[in-house]
Unconditional design. Sequence first.
Length: 247
Amino acid sequence: MSQNLPNTTEPVGQHAAEPHRGGIAQKMNWLRAGVLGANDGIVSVAAIVVGVAGVTTATAPILTAGVAGLVGGAISMALGEYVSVSSQRDSEHAMIQKEKRELAEIPEEELIELAGLYEQKGLRPETALQVATELTERDALRAHLSTELNIDPDDVPSPWHAAFSSAMAFLIGGILPLVVILLPPEQWRVPATFVAVILALGITGAIGARVGESSVPRAVTRVIVGGAAALAVTFGIGSLLGTSGLV
């Protein structure tokens, strides 16, 4: 008795709920970087404004320090991401060009190399050679980049995109403590900032854990403890400086 296959537009062997489509790794990395950037913005700016609040309750110094930390941090994050991703992109482009030259100059050796890689993955020699031959006939460069170097030529990251995303994530995260510390009465500024930061870190920690498919309670606890420690230390230092008369 023949069985009817399900009518679906998904490629054979793929399930709709699974991320097989190209570029998913890069998208997940951008999302994870965004969460981490927001987390850095929250902690960095909160530590600055809480530290200044330990010295003075005046709004002007707190606002000035907070804005400086917010802008400076965003620029620093953008520059760091741009340099990092540019280096990665240049390296990947160099490897792609090298692979193109080798395929043009020594195609037979490249075919043997590709078959050998599939043998290392567990295929029998004759099967590995057949797979390598068929993939080479379809797209030799893509086959070698994917199997040999783990590179998708259509998924090379953009340094400008990375820089912009990182800066925006930091700004979005950092605006929260800057706004919160300026809204309440002076005696409630630091406690309100502590509460807002802890809640925000809990959210970013949970999102980061979901993205990375790790333990949510562990991730949330880790970021909350780290953030609370940073605020406590900077506020303590600010208070000591304020009472010592040095500032």
